[in-house]
Design a protein around this ligand. Sequence first.
Ligand code: GTQ
Length: 333
Amino acid sequence: MSSALDGKPAASPVRQEFYRRLREKNAAPLWEVLSDLVTPQPKPRCVPALWKYEDMRPLLMESGGLISAREAERRVLILENPGLPGLSQITQSLYAGLQLVLPGETAPTHRHAPSALRFVIESDAGFTAVDGEKTTMRPGDFIVTPSWTYHDHGNAGAGSVIWLDVLDLPIINLLDAGFSEHHPQGTQPLNGSAGDAPAFSYPFASSRARLDRMRRNGAAHPCHGFKMPFVNPATGAWPLPAIATFLQLLPQGFAGAAHRSTDSTVFCVVEGQGRTRIGETTFSWKQHDLFVAPSWMPVAHASETDAVLFSASDRALQQTLGIWREEAPLASA
Ligand code: GTQ
């Protein structure tokens, strides 16, 4: 028998008149909205999308001529999901953007409730300082800025410094728990020793070496190739409380089986080229391109060369809530 879980019951004139009186009392009939509210499976508004670095880099450089890092606070081009227009979101739960720091610039020290991660795309001598500790940014480095830690970014080199930002901003704003402030001294003081790999940095050289070890020691996963979760070495937990991050190697000629999971995922191509099918859409990608796969849509990766993908999703939060699901490979495949 069909019920309001499957679709809306007919709205007769008597029912409609009743609903009108409910609205006046700030109440509403659940059975009119139940099938959209309690869905049999995820219905993301987020859609598959690809940002080609060859399109984005010139725009980012153009922004560099229009506004300074100081005036902008953060000179970032938001990667906005076309299914979520105007919301500054790449998925329902995550914000992402490409940030540029030009030679000699410093983005002011501030802190905020949302947690952030940086995945470095271009940098000779970029640096970021978190809670008084400065670290060099090198291509492929993954750096976290935990909630409410003071941070600033700079560029001591001659070339542009560009990275991917991912923040759990939509989650913090969903909870109406957002705070932010500048450092009272404008730029935070540093703790003397400029550590090369402080606790908040996951340098590329060691994560890339880890992928090579996985490749030597075992077989590729049929969907994910060789995929490594980033883990906080001090706690064994995800590096950030809401955001899970991964690095994966797809060996040349890899043709991954379709899989799906409830964590909409942002990908950044670190090395190589290939294709990813997401639902009905296929994206061809190469180094530095970015793409997003919505929750529960089938995803299948294929590589033409050895390829490395960085990815970030809200899996950490979903696991805390006990709701994360994955089918890898798809049960129907
Ligand atoms: O670097 O602190 O992309 O505060 C958006 C907001 C980056 C940052 C963003 C931010 C930052």
